[in-house]
Design a binder for this molecule. Structure first.
Ligand SMILES: O=C(O)CCC(=O)C(=O)O
Length: 277
């Protein structure tokens, strides 16, 4: 990250997403940033193991990653990523998820899925969310690289006549082999899965996901990140975390702009205006 945005061709990346459903940013994290990511995550080792096959019983996740250190604030508002997202999502789009994903040795492949399946709208349709996955360790076919099905973002619903049958999907998966520091952005409509880790080392990655400003976010940031901490974040990140309005007034707090709730002396109107008798 922190590469000059002027040399970054957001239109070319957007064209790749339109054509195949994903695009790679080869130099997303430099070596110093990778070190910072590892150091910031170190205290959370062994803190959250998957509780089901989807999270992955041998997979460790750190949720609310954006609030776990400055490096994750910076990566969540990386100018290159936002430039690509600007080509798809409406102004005021939100961060919907931010987590690290460490797939440990022996982990099985995840079920094939899409990331914007929460929004139960008929397909084919534009993606309602976009996912960035950054490779902190190199991604290989052996260690659990994300597997994707190129072009599947254009498919209809699971029962659409033009869609390959479920049992044909596995053969269509392509592992996203990436060097450490690379990242890819995919449409929320692209079929993919976390791969099986058949190596003897963990595969560390993190993901930031973004959704339309009118869509419900996966994480309720207003509850998971203390307001004192949000106050110290950049205005853009505050907006990504929902301290913003989808005009004319979606996201309001008792009739006011949600940024008002970040003022140090803010008292919720339901408290300030509570009748005394
Ligand atoms: O870790 C990965 O490569 C992908 C994980 C994933 O798709 C998910 O957890 O939804």
């Amino acid at each position: 990250m922190d590469k000059p945005v002027a040399r970054f061709d957001a239109d070319a990346h957007a064209a790749e997403i339109r054509a195949q459903g994903f695009t790679v940013i080869p130099d997303f994290l430099d070596a110093a940033t990778i070190d910072e990511v590892r150091a910031t995550l170190a205290p959370y080792r062994d803190s959250h193991h998957g509780r089901n096959a989807f999270e992955g019983f041998l997979t460790e996740r750190v949720y609310t990653l954006v609030a776990r250190g400055r490096v994750f604030e910076r990566t969540a508002e990386d100018a290159r990523v936002l430039a690509v997202l600007d080509r798809f999502l409406q102004p005021g789009y939100q961060l919907t998820a931010s987590q690290s994903i460490q797939i440990n040795p022996g982990e099985a492949a995840q079920a094939i899925h899409v990331d914007d399946g929460f929004y139960r709208q008929p397909r084919p349709r534009p993606a309602i969310s976009y996912t960035l996955i950054a490779a902190v360790d190199p991604f290989t076919a052996e260690n659990g690289a994300t597997d994707v099905i190129p072009g599947s973002h254009l498919w209809g619903d699971a029962d659409a006549p033009d869609r390959p049958p479920q049992d044909a999907l596995e053969a269509m998966l392509v592992p996203m082999s990436l060097p450490a520091g690379a990242a890819f952005i995919m449409a929320g409509t692209l079929l993919h899965r976390g791969g099986a880790n058949r190596s003897d080392r963990p595969r560390l990655a993190f993901t930031n996901q973004y959704c339309e400003p009118w869509a419900r976010t996966q994480e309720a940031w207003h509850l998971s990140i203390p307001r004192e901490q949000v106050r110290g974040m950049s205005p853009r990140l505050q907006s990504l975390l929902g301290y913003d309005i989808w005009p004319p007034f979606m996201g309001m707090v008792s009739g006011s702009h949600p940024l008002k709730a970040l003022e140090p002396d803010f008292v919720p109107p339901v408290v300030a205006q509570r009748p005394t008798s």
